[in-house]
Design a protein around this ligand. Structure first.
Ligand SMILES: Cc1cc2nc3c(=O)[nH]c(=O)nc-3n(C[C@H](O)[C@H](O)[C@H](O)COP(=O)(O)O)c2cc1C
Length: 353
């Protein structure tokens, strides 16, 4: 109530990226101290029956994760467990630091319950993020109860556009994370819109080249691929075949929606705007792809469902379609931190068999 009716109207009056950065600083500060962690946990943590879930050998205290793009530099891992999340996906991180695309990088589309994202993979680069995450080694038991996935993307600059350079860019980050044993699982993000070089690795041939190169790195952790949601099913299926043949554990379905016609209020995003849509426009395309993939492949893939989860109803749709875990980002921005507790309460009653 406080977030939705008092804080949100104030926050939505400011530049979205400034608000995002403010929340990262605030969350990082709140995560430092036991007392603030305790206050946040008292307010927001789910306390019902056990809804933990083990997927690919990793146990999630709740099956809800923060999706990639919010904690892109890995600063929030101490505070996020206090709002009931079972894990988060940090990043996307890149081999070299990225400043991001020219501003505006984020635009709210409140009537359509969406954010136009043109972030351009702004992040400090994999080495800086590894150094920060090494600190978590000191967090003991608390750290063990919160899963950290790391999303890896190609550096968003002209230098990494040639295919072989792009592959080596992915390889560098993947190698460094494995060498340092940072992260519980990895997601290869091949579907970031509006970056240099585009979504080159969403063709079966280039995806196979990328994944077979990454396979040369010794890795004992689950590896997933973050899928685009705007390609026809036949092409999506051709990518699934590659991921299956390369022996990866699963997929994250999926990334932002690039079809502006799917907005409830089309005029909210004029044609000259750049970026992909998050939130409600992602709901049906991603749920549909989850359903089709599960139907075709049975249990072969772990499926992490993401896109448009803003309520218990939309969360349930993702699990009913076949998701093993659910990620959220825009729902948290629009509904506030109490969303996860609401999802967990409904999940415990309607989804756990
Ligand atoms: C501000 C913002 C930044 C994002 N950055 C990334 C990113 O760096 N890597 C990625 O794989 N997805 C990124 N995404 C996409 C989300 O992870 C997610 O797939 C998409 O927003 C759909 O989920 P939602 O409807 O819950 O927002 C970003 C989304 C938002 C809103």
């Amino acid at each position: 109530m406080v977030y939705k009716h008092i804080l949100k109207p104030i926050l939505f009056g400011f530049d979205p990226e400034a608000v995002h950065d403010f929340f990262i600083s605030l969350g990082q500060l709140a995560g430092k101290y036991g007392v603030t962690r305790m206050i946040i946990a008292t307010l927001y943590q789910y306390r019902g029956r056990d809804i933990s879930k083990t997927v690919d050998g990793i146990t999630y205290r709740t099956p809800f994760l923060l999706s990639a793009g919010f904690d892109y530099n890995g600063q929030l891992s101490r505070i996020l467990p206090c709002i009931g999340l079972g894990g988060e996906e940090i990043g996307s991180v890149t081999a070299r630091p990225c400043q991001g695309n020219p501003k505006p990088r984020l635009t709210r589309l409140p009537q359509s319950q969406s954010i136009l994202v043109n972030k351009g993979l702004r992040n400090e680069g994999v080495d800086a993020i590894i150094e920060r995450l090494k600190m978590h080694a000191f967090l003991g038991e608390a750290r063990k109860r919160f899963v950290i996935g790391i999303s890896i993307a190609r550096t968003n600059d002209e230098q990494s556009v040639p295919i072989q350079v792009g592959i080596e860019d992915f390889l560098y980050s993947f190698k460094r994370l494995n060498e340092e044993n940072i992260g519980d699982y990895y997601t290869i993000n091949i579907s970031c819109p509006n970056s240099f070089g585009g979504e080159a690795f969403t063709t079966p041939e280039l995806l196979a080249r990328l994944l077979s190169t990454l396979k040369t790195v010794p890795c004992s952790k689950p590896v997933y691929v973050k899928m685009p949601i705007n390609i026809p099913w036949q092409r999506f299926y051709s990518l699934l075949k590659v991921i299956d043949a390369q022996g990866l554990h699963g997929i994250v379905i999926g990334n932002l929606n690039k079809d502006y016609a799917s907005l409830d209020v089309r005029a909210e995003a004029p044609a000259m705007y750049k970026g992909g849509l998050s939130g409600k426009p992602c709901l049906h395309p991603s749920t549909d792809l989850i359903y089709k993939t599960r139907e075709l492949y049975g249990k072969r893939f772990t499926i992490i469902g993401v896109g448009g989860v803003m309520s218990p109803k939309t969360m349930k749709e993702k699990f009913d379609a076949g998701a093993d875990l659910v990620q959220v980002i825009t729902g948290l921005i629009f509904e506030g931190p109490s969303l996860i507790k609401k999802l967990a309460n409904v999940y415990s009653k309607q989804c756990v068999r």
